[in-house]
Design a protein around this ligand. Sequence first.
Ligand code: SF4
Ligand code: SF4
Length: 522
Amino acid sequence: MRTLYHFHGGIHPPSNKTQSTQVAIARAPLPSRLIVPLHQHAGEAAKPIVQVGDHVLKGQLIGMPDGFVSSAVHAPTSGTITAIDMQLIAHPSGLPNLCATLMPDGKEEWVERKPVDYRSHSHAELQQLLRMAGVVGLGGAAFPSDIKLRIGKQKITTLILNGAECEPYITCDDMLLRERAAEIVQGAEMLRFMLDASKVLIGVEDNKPEAIAALQQAIADSGMNHEVVAIPTIYPGGSAKQLIRVLTGLEVPSAKLPTDIGVQCFNVATAYSVYRAFAQGEPLLSRIVTITGNVRQAQNFEALIGTPIDELVALGVALPDTNGYIMGGPMMGIPLPAVHVPVVKATNCIIAASAKLFPPPLPAMPCIRCTRCVEVCPADLQPQDLFWFAQSREFGRAQAFSLFDCIECGACSYVCPSHIPLVQYYRFAKSEIRAREHDKQLADQARERHEYREHRIEREKQEKTAKLAVKEKAAQAAKLNSLQPPTPQQQAELADLEAHRAHIRELAQSGVEHPDEGIAKS
Ligand code: SF4
Ligand code: SF4
């Protein structure tokens, strides 16, 4: 029996998960159109490599990774590209992004799929294959998986698969574990191989007994040594740093990565995508999305990336009093700017909201220094101090109080009796600090450019002066040379010349024409 550790704080909000786990995952029908954003992962956007009017096959590359942290984007089905333009997507900024619109032809005609035996490839080749298969973290951050596998000389002892899924309402990982555990176990082994990790721990919250049983069976069938660990159900136990703490007792230090302590963490759905990329030669074209909340039938759907969310929600039938939609969970999710935005690789859940499910927040009151927020903070921070610094724009002090260790879990806001939207203040402070750092970086670059220019002008001036000095010196030397007495050889030549001239004078006086002079005259 593995010893489990605790992290500081945590809360127990109502889970609201049973609504969407009553029926199996269904495959969403082909939508009327697919809107595929070129930027649906952390890092640089992919570069479009198709044009309007092109016919594409399912799985065909349509966006080439562009930059070190980037990932490929593929056509989710066969059809015709009808637009490449800016469209609204699910992003907190509410700003549009470059998307390729694809009209399906209904044939689901695949490009050639090339499964690979991962054991016969180098780590670098496998990383490149994942990059080109568009595999990114499916737990929410959408960080390109190949980057998390580029660990250099760091030694990874433990690979952790995150099946905790601690946010209320979301059940896509739970259902994937129940129904496709064998593939996830194979994907975990592929990730372990690429990291050279000595052990694999799969953490699943103990409110998912079916998922735990399915995993245990799949591991027994595979003959592998992966370990399934049932962890206590507490929010935010599925956050990477907290899960690592619970499973290993290790703390990821501030401003460090799990790899710095010999651990790497992937979501279970990411492991499933890795399996499909290698074993079936399929890029990441779809994902499981929980449709829940104010709907008639909550359920998980396997939806193609790019599916308009309104077409997906229609499958669950939103109730008439629905007043908005949230992508993600109620704690960390974002309100959708419009319901027609597309499913992206990070879309794990869509919650139809209503005033009954999510009553409007009560007006914020002054902080009463009750420290309830401190008690629940999983990052062991002082949320009320961070709030004060953010509100008074003392960003330096907020940073000194480890603002960037805040994982924005919302546990502090959840318990605050003064209803202060604390996380909004932290997000504001972080974005202000990042904007200032960006401005400073630009100013530093401009100053460096100016200094370099000044230095170059000065250097050119000095070079010119030096060249002039050399020339002057050479001219002076030449002048000096001309004032020197003739050498014996020069004296002999001058004497010859003088004798020759005297001979010519004599001939001229005697009236005889010298042959050379004649030529000169003619
Ligand atoms: S929970 Fe709210 S009122 Fe209490 S200390 Fe924290 S911020 Fe202040
Ligand atoms: S949102 Fe940040 S400050 Fe609040 S409890 Fe979570 S980690 Fe702590």
